[in-house]
Design a protein around this ligand. Structure first.
Ligand SMILES: [Cu+2]
Length: 116
């Protein structure tokens, strides 16, 4: 019971702090801030690599890729979220050029095709 009450007070405090933070901030400025936050967490980048795994059930393609300067990434092997069409278009062992959206280490493919 004591834990529940503490949690409730914490939640109320958080809610009132958020309201205070928004007060006096005109909505256009707030919209701009939110766009910048969105931009900060989703970065578009491109790379070249070799397909290692096509995980149809998991909806992921694992790619051993070269360095990604735009994200300060070294070469590594990692899984990217992919659509059924993207997974159907590639095969294990294929060299690919691809573009993706990155949120931290979470990558979602936006384009993938044979390396030129
Ligand atoms: Cu990576």
């Amino acid at each position: 019971m004591k834990t529940q009450t503490t949690f409730l007070i914490a939640a109320l405090l958080t809610a009132s702090l958020q309201q205070t933070g928004n007060a006096g901030s005109p909505s256009p400025a707030r919209d701009q801030t939110m766009q910048m936050e969105t931009h900060a967490v989703a970065t578009k980048a491109s790379a070249t690599g070799t397909v290692k795994v096509v995980d149809g059930a998991g909806g992921k393609i694992t790619i051993s890729h070269g360095p990604v300067a735009a994200l300060n990434w070294p070469a590594m092997t990692m899984a990217f979220k992919a659509t059924q069409a993207q997974m159907a278009a590639v095969h294990v062992g294929q060299k690919v050029d691809f573009e993706f959206l990155s949120k931290g280490m979470d990558g979602t493919l936006t384009r993938i095709g044979p390396a030129k």
